[in-house]
Design a protein. Structure first.
Length: 434
């Protein structure tokens, strides 16, 4: 069982690692801010857009084949990214890697749900899953900085290949989940991709002015595509079945998931550029600067899983958002290395409390047969928040200052604490709730 859980966790570890490992390498990848944003968001955008469809595929075709397909595709695309001859080609390959990564998340959640049917045991397993995958998210800048400085930026993609193969070997005995009949919601998928792409384009290009014709057109397309998606979800074969929203925890969990990744990914992006372009840190030192953020996520999610199993997700999730907000605000005004260490540590502990709690609460609030699509929806919401965080905070930083961007992120994270505190229901053990 631990072997299988490790393999499933490594799949999500890869996805999260690839989200942030490029962060420190961005100046080496592209000299322009918009190019850097597209290299970062090209992956995150398709990852977010295809998570819902990947969740549906996991439920309808079986989680195990979807997970294995995602691992093989991710390894192949990572190798091709390392061989990329230009920035446009790299952005395209990053976008395809996001699709492959989307296959891994809901399928791994479905396999964990099938392997651990007892709610309390499932909460602990998700704590392990979140611990390993969360380490990938925040270890990315450290590993990316060391690899970039030692071997060049291509090494940050090569490293994915052996990890993907190891995950495939460890998870080969994953239980089969019974497939369910149904059709792919092509209209919902298309409108999701169009809405996210157009919104991301508008936010990144808004640096040239919100009244720019291209920005206004992109915003119009965003509204039209989003409205079409909402209307299309009333159909029986919709990507988001109505049963998902029977418990109020699910929609509020989606909102909180978007907020947590908006803050985390946006702050990592802003600080990485600040450390290298303002403080002139080399890539390896920039990666080391994020070490206080990395360490708590290596062990604390396991503790969080046990805590959630005992007292429920409300208190850990609220505390996580409060720690993230206070750490981001402290970092905005940090005048010394010591204060920066404390600020990043607070952010790391907050992340490792908030994310496992949100996962357990949100997945546990839906019928078990919809675990795959629920996992896809939650992570789609989280990655949409990441796309917006990089785009919006990048624009704020370039237009004003790093301090303004971090203060904005801290304010939004504080609202996340309010959301989970009010909406996650009474404080009770997971074993009784789920």
């Amino acid at each position: 069982m631990p072997r299988l859980l490790t393999g499933l966790s490594l799949g999500y570890f890869l996805v999260m690692l690839d989200t942030t490992i490029v962060t420190v390498a961005l100046p080496a990848l592209s000299p322009s801010l918009s190019g850097q944003q597209w290299i970062s968001n090209g992956y995150t955008l398709t990852f977010a857009a295809f998570l819902l469809t990947a969740g549906a595929w996991s439920d309808r075709h079986g989680a195990r084949p979807i997970f294995c397909t995602g691992l093989l595709a991710f390894a192949a695309l990572s190798l091709l990214s390392a061989l990329s001859p230009s920035v446009p080609v790299l952005i395209a390959l990053r976008a395809l890697s996001g699709v492959a990564g989307a296959l891994l998340v809901p399928s791994s959640l479905s396999l964990i749900a099938a392997t651990y049917p007892v709610p309390a045991a499932r909460a602990k397993a998700m704590g392990v899953w979140a611990a390993l995958s969360g380490t990938g998210l925040v270890a990315g800048p450290l590993l990316g900085g060391v690899l970039t400085e030692a071997f060049g930026w291509r090494a940050i993609f090569v490293v994915n290949v052996p990890v993907a193969l190891l995950a495939l070997i460890l998870s080969r005995r994953a239980p089969a989940t019974p497939p369910k009949p149904g059709r792919t919601d092509r209209l919902g998928q298309t409108t999701t991709v169009v809405a996210l792409s157009a919104l991301t384009y508008a936010l990144i290009e808004s640096a040239s002015g919100w009244t720019s014709p291209s920005v206004l057109v992109a915003l119009g397309i965003t509204v039209l595509a989003a409205a079409t998606f909402v209307i299309s979800q009333r159909r029986p074969d919709a990507m988001l079945p109505a049963r998902l929203f029977q418990d109020r925890i699910f929609p509020w969990g989606l909102a909180a998931g978007a907020i947590v990744n908006f803050g985390l990914s946006g702050v990592l992006f802003v600080l990485s550029l600040y450390f290298q372009e303002v403080r002139h840190y080399p890539p390896a030192l920039t990666g080391l600067a994020f070490l206080p953020l990395t360490v708590p996520t290596a062990f604390n999610p396991v503790f969080t899983g046990r805590l959630v199993a005992r007292i429920g997700p409300r208190v850990p999730a609220t505390a996580g958002f409060l720690l993230m907000s206070s750490g981001t605000l402290l970092q905005a005004f940090a005048t010394s290395a010591a204060l920066s260490v404390v600020a990043l540590a607070l952010l790391g502990f907050g992340v490792s409390l908030a994310i496992p709690s949100l996962l357990t609460a949100t997945i546990g609030s839906v019928p078990r047969d919809l675990a795959g699509i629920a996992g896809g929806a939650l992570n789609a919401s989280r990655q949409t928040g990441a796309v917006l965080g990089v785009a919006i905070l990048g624009v704020i930083e370039s237009g004003t200052s790093m301090v303004s961007a971090l203060v904005a992120a801290a304010a939004l994270l504080l609202s996340g604490a309010v959301v989970v505190s009010v909406a996650s229901g009474p404080r009770e053990p997971v074993g009784d709730r789920l």
